[in-house]
Design a protein around this ligand. Structure first.
Ligand SMILES: *Cc1c(COP(=O)(O)O)cnc(C)c1O
Length: 385
């Protein structure tokens, strides 16, 4: 079993045991990799508070380990909140980062003690003022440059800077505490300069509120966006940390505000490998050049981020030898269940039905994005290495 870095030899032998005893497909997760990514993030941004974005991988073991490591949590629903609180995380270590909230949900968060909320609209601010009175709010702004992100999160969330100023003033007038500004540059953001533009925008909002309204904001929530290791190259995390710290210094000098980071993908992505089995190999005609390789993992049970071939995972098999182009597809009766057709992966010609295909860096947005029973296939299982 060849299991490349960041996995240890011990993890490789545990994976071997799982393969011998468990049904595929499954995700194998190495918590020690998550811990080292967490430590690396803390090292790169020593003054920032880390709020893990639970949606990336909500497994109990991940939450428990990060809670013990001192992480805070970015939460989007009452269900995620319950899950995190159950591990003894104090409500002060939770931020309700979803700008789309029911009144009943806000009430629930407030009753549980959460006092930090994201917002990007008037109606949501009014909801917060009624159901979470006196709480701290940070305003999410739209960012440019989502083209550099392989899984953009823009457009749906955030408001323009002018509106952010108005919302902060309104928050104060409604008895809330206008506390800061947030942004998310898009997930798997390969263009570090996008942070520069976002931070500059935040700076303008800070200044305007101070000069025109006497409001001093204290927080920049820089969201997520740090990369995992996929086919398309990215800079090292240390380069992200150095560059972003430089951007902050350029705009804020010695008075860099309190910082929050909300990593999801970069903490858990590389810690996971999906083990799948080849169900079928076929050609569409006797002269077809490409083989279709159908695996028991697909778009509906873990690989939804392959939609539009947005995320291209490193993959491998347990076979060697001469390779040729394949189209990779999942096991269900839906024709969107094709992972890669435009991008031509090459797999060994010796690959056979029943062989394994390994999907690396699949710790993020796989188990949590699985459908419940499309065609009867269960959600992606996971095991801890
Ligand atoms: C999804 C999400 C994150 C995590 O983003 P990654 O790119 O996975 O790190 C952080 N903050 C918010 C508000 C999110 O919605």
């Amino acid at each position: 079993m060849k299991l490349p870095p960041p996995f240890s030899a011990e993890a490789a032998s545990k994976l071997q045991q799982l393969i011998a005893t468990k049904q595929t497909p499954f995700l194998a997760l190495d918590l020690s990799v998550i811990k080292s990514r967490y430590d690396e993030l803390e090292g790169g941004f020593p003054t920032a508070d880390i709020y893990y974005a639970v949606k990336a991988n909500p497994s109990d073991e991940v939450i428990e380990m990060l809670a013990a490591a001192g992480s805070s949590f970015d939460i989007a629903s009452t269900q995620e909140l319950d899950k995190v609180l159950q591990f003894g995380v104090a409500a002060e270590r939770v931020s309700y980062g979803n700008t789309i909230k029911k009144a009943s949900a806000v009430k629930y968060f407030f009753e549980k003690g959460v006092r930090l909320y994201a917002t990007d609209s008037e109606a949501d601010l009014i909801n917060l003022s009624k159901n979470a009175p006196g709480s701290k709010v940070y305003i999410r702004v739209l960012t440019d440059g989502s083209e550099g992100a392989d899984w953009p999160l823009s457009r749906k969330f955030g408001c323009n800077p002018e509106m952010a100023v108005e919302l902060a003033v309104m928050a104060r007038d409604l008895g809330l505490i206008p506390y800061g500004v947030s942004f998310h540059v898009g997930s798997q953001q390969r263009d570090i300069d996008v942070w520069d533009g976002a931070i500059a925008k935040v700076k303008v909002i800070f200044e305007r509120l101070k000069q025109d309204f006497g409001i001093t904001l204290e927080l920049i929530n820089m969201g997520g966006g740090f990369p995992a290791n996929y086919l398309q190259k990215t800079n090292e995390f240390s380069t992200y940390a150095e560059e972003i710290s430089r951007f902050l210094k350029e705009d804020f000098g010695e008075d860099v505000p309190k910082l929050i980071l909300e990593p999801g993908r970069s903490l858990v992505g590389d810690a996971g490998v999906i083990v799948s089995e080849v169900v079928l190999i076929s050609r569409k005609s006797s002269t077809a050049l490409e083989r279709w390789v159908y695996t028991d993992v697909g778009v509906f049970n873990g690989l939804i981020e392959t939609l539009g071939e947005a995320i291209k995972y490193h993959i491998d098999t347990d076979k060697d030898g001469e390779v040729d182009e394949v189209i990779l597809a999942g096991p269900t009766c839906d024709s969107i269940d094709i992972m890669y057709e435009q991008h031509k992966y090459e797999l060994p010609l010796s690959l056979e039905i029943g062989d394994h295909i390994f999907w690396y860096s699949t710790g993020a947005y796989t188990t949590s994005y699985s459908s419940i029973e499309f065609n009867g296939f269960p959600p992606l299982e996971y095991h801890i290495l």
